[in-house]
Design a protein around this ligand. Structure first.
Ligand code: 6PG
Length: 276
């Protein structure tokens, strides 16, 4: 298997040409024929990082995102016969400010599809309080994260799972939005999200980039143009998803062939049963 780290010198020129070398250095772009092949590898990534985290510090902290990830992750984790989530602490990379029974609630979707079927303790699920006004909601969620990570100035999640919208947004960090420049808050409110619903709460880039491991999951042909921009583009301000570069952590892009159709960079194409 070849990784970005294993590029030969003749490839390196092309490697630099395509993107910022610092960003490329630790990034692994892993392409699967379809989401059917991607799903089990994603589940293995989660359980392997969980095992490693629990062995090292007694618990596994996981940040979740919405979109298609909800059903893919839930379905794949539920196929694992011996899944034990008793030492998991789960947060949300972003959340929509709607009640939990609203079909737009990311928590509500995970509750129905995953949390109600696995043994994550209720105390290990860090949710927003959607009854609060958006600024207070962000403060309340900030407090919950700080309590869950008492030893960290900035919470260091073992794994964050992210999606990317067709505009290059990730979490609720949208292109050209001032929240991209946030350096002090770990969680921020947003009231003018270009994607409905307009009111949301989001982790900021300092938290995302402090994680031990970040994995984007992006599938489908509609993602091909933006994926090329984010992974290979050099012109203009970086898209939010391109600004996810963990300082000391791993960065994976797990994509399918339709999403990767326009890429010219080196990628990994593991066989079935791959382990990351
Ligand atoms: O709150 C949201 O609006 C979604 O969570 C959104 O940010 C999603 O993560 C991306 O749009 C990718 O979604 P897909 O993976 O479904 O394309």
């Amino acid at each position: 298997m070849r990784t970005d780290k294993m590029l030969q010198s003749h490839d390196f020129h092309q490697y630099l040409f395509h993107s910022d070398s610092a960003l490329m250095a630790g990034r692994r772009v892993v392409v699967f024929p379809s989401s059917a092949e991607l799903g089990p590898v994603l589940a293995h990534l989660v359980t392997s990082r969980a095992e490693k985290a629990i062995a090292s510090h007694g618990r596994f902290t996981l940040g979740l995102s919405g979109g298609s990830l909800v059903s893919m992750l839930s379905k794949e984790l539920l196929t694992l016969p011996e899944l034990d989530c008793s030492k998991w602490v789960v947060g949300f990379c972003d959340e929509r400010l709607v009640s939990f029974d609203d079909p737009e609630s990311t928590y509500g979707l995970y509750k129905n599809q995953l949390f109600s079927k696995v043994n994550i303790p209720d105390s290990g699920i860090l949710t927003i309080d959607p009854s609060l006004p958006v600024s207070e909601c962000a403060e309340d969620y900030t407090r919950k994260l700080k309590e869950a990570f008492p030893d960290d100035d900035i919470p260091v999640f073992d794994l964050l799972l992210l999606g990317m919208g067709p505009d290059g947004h990730t979490c609720s960090l949208f292109p050209d939005h001032p929240l991209l420049e946030e350096t002090k808050k770990i969680v921020a409110p947003i009231s003018d999200s270009p994607k409905p619903p307009p009111q949301r709460v989001t982790m900021t880039l300092p938290v995302v980039n402090s994680a031990c491991c970040v994995a984007f999951v992006s599938t489908g042909g509609s993602k091909a143009p933006i994926l090329k921009e984010v992974l290979e583009g050099r012109e203009g301000p970086a898209f939010p998803a391109a600004r996810v570069v963990p300082t000391n952590g791993e960065l994976f892009w797990l994509v399918d062939d339709p999403a990767a159709a326009s890429l010219t960079i080196q990628v990994e194409r593991p066989g079935s049963g791959a382990k990351l």
